[in-house]
Design a protein around this ligand. Structure first.
Ligand SMILES: Nc1ncnc2c1ncn2[C@@H]1O[C@H](COP(=O)(O)OP(=O)(O)O)[C@@H](O)[C@H]1O
Ligand SMILES: [Mg+2]
Length: 285
């Protein structure tokens, strides 16, 4: 198995699955799909895998028309290969064949991250990949590319492989990167006190990015610090976490992460801020 980088917390199972897929000895190109809600570490995992194996990573940009997306991919390929000549693709067929040709002597991951952005502007892309990976096609048999399509829209990514979809039955890996559960999250936040770990989990859940990006690693170390921590960070209008709930509720990937619909219940909160919260003037100025 490929060594997991030391800055990656947990994700041993995901890393093992990815390693197995990337190093498999199939003498042809193969396809994998990675999905999961935003900020769970999909890009982190895939970039780490590309770094560890010399793979190619491309992250698509949102709302970019097809010619521009192909140009950006061409630029990323030029940087990756060090080619003096530019890659100019007229269509996705050429681009996918060039990606397959990156791995002729040994298997390497070839990642198209934010795949739904690409497919939104190029509806033909799943069919193009299906054709490129046709079982007896020469370019597929000559390639050892481990093509990985990644996206945060769980419904979009699973529909890619479902029913009558062109890529149905083509993928050898379907990896869902889930949020950390309570125990893993407690360890990630470095919280030994179970009560404090539960309180922090009730507020943040198990999204790893919050520590690295929104909180800069700051967590309460004792239960007594919890209220002030909530006020100073989560309820601080200048911290993006303040608006996070609204953002999450608007995200399709979040809505579809709940497979069982829950009945709507009208509830009225009886919760009131505790004394230190009500008295805090830190952000109420
Ligand atoms: N397993 C992990 N260990 C340490 N940090 C992580 C881990 N997973 C995610 N992160 C942090 O969360 C950030 C966001 O993850 P990212 O890969 O961009 O999420 P996604 O692609 O799923 O939206 C990363 O930049 C990293 O700082
Ligand atoms: Mg990402």
């Amino acid at each position: 198995m490929i060594d997991k980088p030391s800055d990656m917390f947990d994700r041993d199972g995901e890393w093992a699955q990815l390693s197995r897929f990337v190093t498999s000895t199939f003498e042809r190109a193969t396809l994998g799909v990675v999905s999961g809600r935003r900020r769970q570490g999909k890009t982190f995992l895939l970039q780490a895998m590309c770094e560890a194996t010399g793979g190619f990573y491309f992250g698509a940009s949102e709302v970019v028309p097809k010619p521009e997306a192909l140009r950006q991919l061409g630029d990323a390929l030029r940087e990756f290969t060090g080619s003096p000549a530019a890659y100019r693709f007229q269509d996705w067929g050429q681009a996918i064949d060039t990606l397959l040709a990156l791995a002729t002597d040994r298997p390497i991951p070839v990642v198209l991250d934010e795949f739904p952005y690409l497919a939104r502007e190029s509806k033909e892309l799943p069919s193009v990949i299906q054709n490129a990976l046709a079982p007896r096609r020469t370019q597929r048999l000559a390639s050892r590319a481990r093509l990985l399509l990644c996206g945060s829209s769980i419904s979009f990514m699973s529909e890619l492989l479902a029913g009558q979809a062109p890529l149905r039955g083509r993928a050898g890996l379907e990896l869902i990167v889930a949020t950390f559960d309570f125990r893993v999250a407690a360890e990630y936040w470095g919280l030994r006190d179970r009560r404090l770990a539960a309180l922090v989990y009730f507020v943040l859940g198990g999204t790893p990015a919050y520590r690295a990006e929104q909180l800069d690693g700051e967590t309460p170390q004792r239960v007594e610090e919890f209220d002030d921590w909530v006020i100073g960070h989560v309820l601080n209008p200048a911290n993006p976490l303040f608006r996070e709930v609204r953002m999450l509720l608007a995200e399709r990937s979040f809505q579809t992460s709940f497979t069982t619909p829950r009945p709507a219940r009208a509830t009225r909160s009886t919760w009131r801020p505790s004394a230190p919260m009500a008295n805090s003037s830190r952000w109420a100025r």
